[in-house]
Design a protein around this ligand. Structure first.
Ligand code: CA
Length: 432
């Protein structure tokens, strides 16, 4: 067992009941304060631990880490150390935070310098994302969308059960939880309209997804097998792949999503390591028809991670509108990475790969408004008596994820995003 995963470990740092961040989690992120530059950190209970400060104080000396490896605005250089080294770092942090280790615990002056309350910190985008790929790997989601827009009898296209469908997304517009987005504008065309029109989207939607991050480069021309994929995957984050459905419907044939997707994707500030999720591996769904050999895999490659989406409309408490689970994925991350590179596509440290909307089998587990309100035919009741078919200005979408097994709870924090009105120009041409 990985040392840091030991469910018996207890921390001298208070971890409130139900916290996402017990000593067995130790997710990595980047934080800053009003007076402090960005630094790599981990979460424990309600605190963040400044790893740069800890490194400078000599607490990682025996690991022989590069100088300044945590004095960075992104996790990329740390992840590039490779999984055996980053695993050693996570284990060392777990040891330092455990009740039977006095090295840091008894150094009150240092504890005061390296520990911050999360509420006093600003979390930064943790990864400099070079490339972003979005898969479409939930059979329930693909079936729902196919049923709504094509043919309920042939909801899945012929390729769907033979390969993990995906497309290349836009890395530059990946933002961190807490950053609001502007309602995007674009071309739409109503089915009965003769010509397209331009304006703010009327069908703004979220997509509940998980994403993984790679920590190892792969040269152009090479491929990653399903069995080698684990060595390339550092960890996971929660991912809200914002979508403008009316723009999407008009633009997506024949080359797929473009402006309907590239205006923003929001992620949670913490990267939970694949190591921390080891206790939550479960078998994936049976795959029939038989898949090609390069997609076959051994072992449990799905993860039992509870997912939920809440909507907070102005002046009301947030209300949960979806409960799903990462375990429903038809195609697992090892298959996704093997497929992505089977043609020799190179990959880089910091690349991000989202799962596609993760819908479950029941109507309350659908991972988008499109499905929850079934193309607008079943509007959701809101606490103020109104209804929602899609996301309105002033709404906040809040996603949460955690794995729990009775011994430990490994959480991801949240990804929270407020939708601001579209920027429009007045008659003089000024932005209002
Ligand atoms: Ca998506």
């Amino acid at each position: 067992m990985i040392f840091a995963n030991n469910p018996q470990l207890k921390s001298w740092v208070e971890v409130p009941a139900g916290s996402d961040f017990p000593i067995q989690n130790i997710p990595f992120g980047v934080f800053k304060t009003d007076t402090k530059d960005p630094s790599v950190c981990i979460a424990i209970g309600n605190h963040v631990l400044d790893l740069h400060c800890l490194h400078e104080a000599g607490f990682f000396n025996e690991l022989d880490l590069p100088k300044g490896i945590f004095n960075k605005a992104y996790l990329n250089e740390f992840m590039r150390l490779g999984k055996s080294k980053t695993r050693e770092v996570r284990n060392r942090i777990a040891s330092l935070l455990s009740t039977d280790n006095n090295e840091l615990k008894n150094n009150t002056e240092l504890v005061n310098r390296v520990m911050y309350l999360q509420q006093d910190c600003q979390m930064c985008l943790p990864v400099k994302v070079g490339n972003y790929t979005d898969f479409y790997s939930s059979i329930e989601h693909a079936t729902n969308v196919g049923t709504m827009f094509r043919d309920p009898k042939n909801a899945l296209l012929p390729n769907w059960k033979h390969l993990p469908v995906g497309y290349h997304g836009r890395a530059s517009s990946i933002i961190v939880s807490g950053e609001p987005i502007r309602r995007p504008k674009g071309q739409t065309k109503a089915p009965d309209a003769e010509l397209p029109s331009f304006g703010p989207t009327k069908r703004l939607d979220f997509e509940l997804e998980m994403a993984f991050v790679t920590c190892k480069d792969l040269e152009l021309g090479q491929s990653i097998s399903t069995s080698d994929a684990d060595e390339y995957i550092f960890g996971f984050t929660l991912f809200n792949d914002w979508s403008a459905r009316d723009v999407q419907v008009w633009e997506y044939v024949p080359l797929g999503p473009f402006l309907a997707k590239n205006f923003a994707s929001s992620i949670s500030p913490w990267i939970v390591t694949m190591d921390a999720l080891e206790p939550f591996r479960v078998p994936g769904p049976e795959q029939t028809p038989k898949i090609l050999p390069y997609l076959s895999y051994k072992g449990d490659k799905n993860f039992d991670i509870h997912l939920e989406v809440a909507l907070k409309i102005p002046n009301h408490a947030e209300a949960t509108i979806c409960r799903s689970n990462f375990k429903y994925m038809y195609w697992n991350v090892n298959q996704q990475l093997a497929h992505h590179t089977v043609n020799g596509c190179n990959i880089q440290v910091g690349d991000m790969y989202a799962s596609g909307t993760i819908s479950g089998p029941t109507p309350d587990s659908y991972g988008s408004m499109l499905e929850l309100a079934w193309k607008g035919t079943k509007p959701l009741a809101m606490p103020d008596g109104s209804t929602r078919k899609f996301i309105e200005d002033g709404d906040q979408v809040v996603m949460k994820a955690f794995a729990e097994n009775g011994e430990v709870r490994i959480g991801f924090g949240e990804v929270r995003t407020e939708v601001l009105p579209a920027l429009v120009r007045d008659e003089a041409g000024a932005l209002a």
